[in-house]
Ligand binder design. Structure first.
Ligand code: SAM
Ligand code: SF4
Length: 450
């Protein structure tokens, strides 16, 4: 009987990508995917450490797994519990002390060693903590998925091109959990993108904690920028759309801004977190840009591609944030007019400089500010969507909808669009006219030939 593995993913898109790659590695060991933890011989929680709640959720999930492990043991079934991702990296040995049900603690840099670690655990039955940053290239050693596996994952795919961060924003754990900034070589990325295209993928989103800091070695021996990489991938047959995320304002180079105008496959959507609209707070956050720089940057990006949908991340309640600082954030939001955004209450992360700062903000005040900010961002998103009414746009059909004959696709601006898709298939590019705007999605009808 084949063994089964269940992977649960928390947090960002990079974790989604990592989970798929772990699943590919496990397939090469004979594990097939399990729909839930109950039937799984190996359970992996791929964790996120970015905010406190994310880490606490993991510990409560481990509690449930401990009970499941016991039940399965009663039926003579063995269950290996592995914790991967950023909580694993940050907690290390501590995780085994706090949660003895855990058998393996694996940091994000060594997923290629999963076969060896699982085999060792099965042999020795000794818990393993593996959180080092190895010298060998993880991506060189990770198994590639079979074409039918990629096909089953759909017509859009993530592809990590850069990992880690050297920016050290004072609130953020990423430089500690993901390590220093590393870019994959162009040829390796191109080979992966080609095999995605051959398996039917039409849209690729390039991922990195700081994706626009990409500086990978090209086939000519030179260091290539993200814009140059995007130009190369745009030439791949079958790939209709390219996106990238997440970018840092400091690394938004001229050639990348120009790519929004010149690279026809690059979609007009940019996630460009600013975090705060107050220079004082930006300085305390060590963001290394001012409000003025960010606004000027947005202007330059919009003059390269006027219809671009801008998205962002915000943190409210950073230590020392006054009402004036918060008002400045609202003012920046009003000036930029975001198409979408993510906003969070500041969460002190152990080991980061901000966690030690004076004037930590009361939770109730932070919650109130978050509500005000989210109301404004929600209104802006609605206004962006409403402005699409009557417009024609190309959508990539991604999946079936809930109703008979309905299909769901994405607009160039990453909006979900519902259509009556009879006669069309997943993976088709279809031109639609937008005829409805809902809270989270739009609807459209297929354009009749003129
Ligand atoms: N590298 C990206 C950047 O510089 O904008 C962001 C990466 S981080 C994984 C995603 C978002 O989580 C950040 O943009 C920030 O808004 C939020 N975040 C990070 N640390 C946080 C903290 N300690 N408390 C609240 N939100 C946090
Ligand atoms: Fe974290 Fe800042 Fe690096 Fe983004 S740029 S991953 S927020 S340290």
């Amino acid at each position: 009987m084949t063994k089964k593995a269940y992977i649960k993913t928390y947090g960002c898109q990079m974790n989604v990508y990592d989970s798929q790659r772990m699943s590919d590695v496990l397939a090469s060991m004979g594990y097939s995917p399990s729909p839930g933890p109950e039937e799984a011989d190996l359970v992996i929680l791929n964790t996120c450490h970015i905010r406190e709640k994310a880490a606490e959720k993991v510990y409560s999930e481990i509690g449930s797994l401990r009970r499941l492990k016991k039940t399965r043991a009663g039926a003579g079934l063995d269950t290996i519990v592995a914790i991967a991702g950023c909580v694993a990296q940050a907690e290390g040995e501590e995780m085994l002390r706090r949660a003895p049900a855990v058998d393996l603690v694996i940091g994000p840099q060594i997923y290629h060693r999963l076969p060896e670690l699982v085999t060792r655990f099965v042999r020795d039955r000794e818990p393993i903590v593996a959180t080092e940053f190895p010298l060998e290239d993880k991506f060189d050693r990770l198994a590639q998925p079979a074409p039918h596996v990629t096909r089953a994952r759909g017509v859009t795919a993530f592809l990590t091109v850069q990992e880690g961060c050297d920016k050290f924003c004072t609130f953020c754990v990423v430089p500690y959990t993901r390590g220093a900034e590393v870019s994959r070589p162009v040829a390796q990325i191109e080979a992966e993108a080609r095999s995605l295209a051959e398996a039917g993928v039409r849209e690729i989103t390039l991922l990195g904690q700081n994706v626009n800091a990409y500086h990978g070695r090209g086939p000519d021996g030179e260091i290539w920028s993200l814009a140059r990489l995007l130009a190369r991938l745009a030439g791949l047959g079958g790939i209709e759309r390219l996106r990238f995320t997440t970018s840092h304002p400091r690394d938004m180079s001229e050639d990348l801004i120009a790519a929004f105008r010149h690279n026809a496959k690059l979609m007009p959507y940019l996630h460009l977190p600013v975090q705060s609209g107050s220079d004082r707070i930006l300085k305390a956050m060590n963001r290394r840009h001012r409000v003025r720089d960010y606004l000027r940057l947005i202007e330059r990006i919009r003059s390269s591609r006027s219809d671009i949908a801008v998205s962002g991340d915000f943190i409210v309640g950073f230590p020392g944030e006054t009402e004036e600082d918060f008002a400045a954030t609202l003012e920046l939001v009003r000036k930029v007019e975001y198409a979408s955004a993510f906003s969070f209450k500041y969460s002190p992360r152990p080991g980061t400089p901000a966690a030690e700062m004076a004037f930590q903000i009361d939770d109730a005040i932070a919650a109130e500010r978050l509500q005000v900010l989210q109301d404004l961002l929600h209104r802006q998103r609605h206004a962006f969507n409403a402005a699409c009414l009557g417009r024609r746009m190309d959508i990539l059909v991604e999946k079936p909808g809930r109703h008979d004959g309905q299909l769901i696709g994405r607009s160039p601006y990453l909006q979900a669009i519902h259509i009556d898709g009879r006669g069309h298939r997943i993976g088709d590019m279809v031109t639609v006219t937008i005829d409805g705007v809902g809270a989270n999605s739009l609807s459209g009808h297929i354009r009749m030939a003129a």
